[in-house]
Design a protein around this ligand. Structure first.
Ligand code: DX5
Ligand code: ZN
Length: 224
């Protein structure tokens, strides 16, 4: 199983965005988590295509675009055109989730589906073999810096069991409230892609990445 730390640029200093992305890349980070919010599916508004297009020019990282947007089907091609490598849509935001998955697949990028903390795994379990990744939100989507919701751990466990039972390679990503202690909880429960915003960006970026990666590896060694 491939484990990755996926820094969320929602917590970046936008005045120095390019420089911070270069730092991540220099420190060996492979995935960049990009949170797009529309002020409708979630209360807040973040950024969209122009920002992604612009950072794409100087980065070779894997652009993991998390759409917290109502009816995201409308924008799949736009996000592919501006440089997404994977697109994750929310089950709660799509009228026809199967169709959204198909659209992303046909557009030639990796497919992710996400569930909010109150949405049961059961709502998406029929799609596990059609997607590359399931994103389990571990806070209410919309803002960085929130506290991890403990009830979500069980959903990660449930998903990992299903994936193993069906002998699939589907990744499990978690997003929200990841820190020194919750990182261990989510890895033990079966998550392999860890989104982190404030944990990575608060303080010195390069030394945070090094410290977090080391700690993550220590935990992985004990579960494998
Ligand atoms: C929240 C976003 C997250 C956010 C995580 O809606 O999807 O990606 O940046 O921030 P932290 O890690 O600070 O909880
Ligand atoms: Zn996110």
């Amino acid at each position: 199983m491939e484990y990755q730390l996926c820094p969320s640029i929602l917590s970046a200093d936008f005045n120095r965005l390019g420089e911070q992305i270069q730092t991540l890349e220099k420190e060996g980070v492979k995935w960049l988590h990009i949170d797009v919010m529309d002020g409708d599916f979630v209360p807040s508004i973040s950024f969209g295509m122009p920002v992604i297009r612009s950072i794409r020019k100087e980065s070779k990282m894997f652009f993991d675009v998390h759409l917290m947007v109502s009816a995201p089907e409308r924008y799949i091609q736009d996000f592919v055109d501006c440089g997404a490598d994977s697109i994750t849509v929310h089950a709660e935001a799509c009228e026809d989730l199967e169709r959204a998955v198909e659209l992303i697949r046909d557009a030639g990028v990796k497919v992710g589906i996400s569930i909010k903390p109150a949405t049961p795994v059961n709502d998406i379990s029929h799609l596990l073999e059609d997607v590359d990744m399931v994103l389990v939100m571990t806070v209410q989507p919309g803002f960085g810096g929130q506290k991890y919701i403990d009830d979500c751990t069980e959903k990660i466990r449930e998903l990992r069991e299903l994936i193993e039972k069906e002998e699939l390679n589907t990744d499990i990503q978690v997003d929200g409230g990841i820190n020194d202690s919750t990182m261990e909880t989510v890895i033990r429960a079966g998550a392999n892609l860890l989104v982190a915003g404030s944990y990575v960006f608060n303080g010195d970026l390069a030394s945070n990445v090094n410290r977090i990666n080391r700690k993550m590896q220590e935990i992985i060694n004990t579960v494998e």
